[in-house]
Design a protein around this ligand. Structure first.
Ligand code: ATP
Length: 268
């Protein structure tokens, strides 16, 4: 579905944020991208969603295709029309607008009224709480509810591929678990998911495949199961804790380690 090949991206012609990144998102699958601060995760998503230029970044090598079509030169609106929709970093919802108005804004590009209505029904099915609070101003929602609204707004555009930049950031563990289950439900309806996360427990728990980015390069990739079982990933992203009977880490690390030397073992 989405194929990133030897992608090189720089900012202002100086910062080399991505240096030859390749990855694939197959149809109807969940792909997670892990990595510590500054690894290039947001840059990768910005390139896919054609918002890189807004950040003064540019592709300087390689490229991205979607169902075989190059995304080079497309703007963000055209990318959305192709079915690639990003939930923005920091869940930028419109605080002064109501929940329903926020959703309406997400559905502006929908084919017609009935498509918009179907998308809204789907969003309210997934997030009954948003239906209850549809007339409330979005600014009054909690952080977790705002994240759900941001995801709901993206769904209003009926994406075939939804991309998310750290949806768990700053949320309580219980809410992170809910977000993970919602992403699984969205995927079960046939929408592929490309997820950037520092919360490896959640990301590897729902992903089919995963990639670890380290200073602009893929340092490790494989099935999410393999990565979750890997000692190095467990040390860097899941804490040193022993796994529980269910295979879930007993004590997930709050933040991934910034150690680069360990990750670099996978390079080259
Ligand atoms: P984080 O988890 O902290 O968001 P990240 O993995 O998403 O990190 P990016 O934000 O993609 O990493 O940053 C990759 C590199 O590009 C870093 O060195 C960062 O400082 C740099 N960078 C990101 N955005 C810009 C920008 N607008 N202008 C210049 N450099 C940038």
């Amino acid at each position: 579905m989405l194929e990133v090949t030897q992608l090189h991206v720089s900012y202002g012609g100086v910062v080399r944020a991505l240096q030859g990144v390749s990855l694939q998102v197959p149809d109807e699958k969940v792909v997670a991208v892990l990595g510590s601060n500054g690894a290039g995760k947001s840059t990768l998503l910005r390139t896919v969603s054609a918002t890189l230029r807004l950040h003064r970044g540019a592709v300087v090598g390689g490229g991205i295709t979607y169902h075989g079509q190059s995304l080079a030169g497309l703007d963000a609106a055209r990318t959305v029309r192709l079915g690639i929709v990003q939930v923005p970093e920091g869940r930028r919802i419109f605080g002064r607008l109501t929940v329903e108005e926020n959703l309406r804004a997400g559905g502006l590009g929908a084919a017609d009224k009935s498509a918009r209505a179907a998308s809204k029904d789907r969003v309210f099915d997934l997030f009954p709480l948003l239906a209850e609070r549809r007339r409330q101003r979005a600014a009054l929602l909690s952080g977790g509810e705002q994240q759900m609204l941001a995801i709901g707004r993206a769904l209003m555009a009926a994406p075939k591929l939804i991309i998310l930049d750290e949806p768990s950031l700053g949320l309580a563990p219980k809410i992170v678990g809910q977000i993970g289950r919602i992403l699984q439900a969205i995927n079960a309806d046939g929408t592929a998911v490309l997820l950037v996360e520092q919360n490896a427990v959640m990301a590897l728990g729902i992903a089919d495949t995963a990639y670890v980015l380290d200073v602009g390069r893929v340092s490790l990739s494989g099935s999410a199961k393999e990565l979750a079982a890997s000692d190095d990933v467990r040390q860097l992203y899941l804490g040193h804790a022993a796994t529980s009977a269910s295979g879930a880490p007993a004590e997930p690390a709050r933040e991934p380690s910034r150690t680069r030397s360990t990750l670099s073992r996978w390079q080259g």
